[in-house]
Design a protein around this ligand. Sequence first.
Ligand code: ZN
Length: 234
Amino acid sequence: MKFSSESRGVIRLPFAKYGCSVLGAPLRYIPCTGPCRMLVIAGIHGEEPETTFLLSRALRAFETPFESVAFVLCANPDGMMLGTRGNANGVDLNRNFPTGNWSREPVYCRSVLEASRDTELLTGNLPGSEPETQALVSLIQELSPNLVLSMHAPMGCIDAPQQSELVRALCDTMGLLWRPDIGYPTPGSLGTWCKEQKSPECVTLELPRMSLEALFERYGSNFAALLQKVDSTF
Ligand SMILES: [Zn+2]
């Protein structure tokens, strides 16, 4: 994979389709050329566009595909388009994975970090009911990565069950602290699903709350360098 210090306006890496959203948007990912060691997933919550933007900024520095890292820039394109956390059915995709503890009970999230849990979201009619979730599960099974890096905002931490090599590298690069537990139950989440499957190991990168401009300035080139390092050394 070739890296250029110059950031361009387009992503030059090839995309492939892995499914279709509720509203018919293509779900696309950037495959790697060899066996997949890590799959990076951004934009699973439609109200966290900074995850997609930061990943896009980093990927635009690369001219050729990665050997062992694949990318989903936006796992919830309908939510991103509608500006909603959930998909077009109002389902929080990160509570819709087919886990043993999946629950039909609605979940409540905060509109801002300091608010009470004031926004109701559904978890789907059945575990894994949503096309976006099904497609992501199939993609992970097909690629069989050792690691999934799931990008969220705005908690500003690295949430992972163990302090692995990737977790340490992320903490160093992003200047964020490791948290072994996010502090509340997450039935039906991607992380819980990965834990139940025993593999891949799921690491959640919670970006801190800041403007896109500040995020790019602070993390843009460091994050690209980290992806490059994972591709060549992990
Ligand atoms: Zn999120």
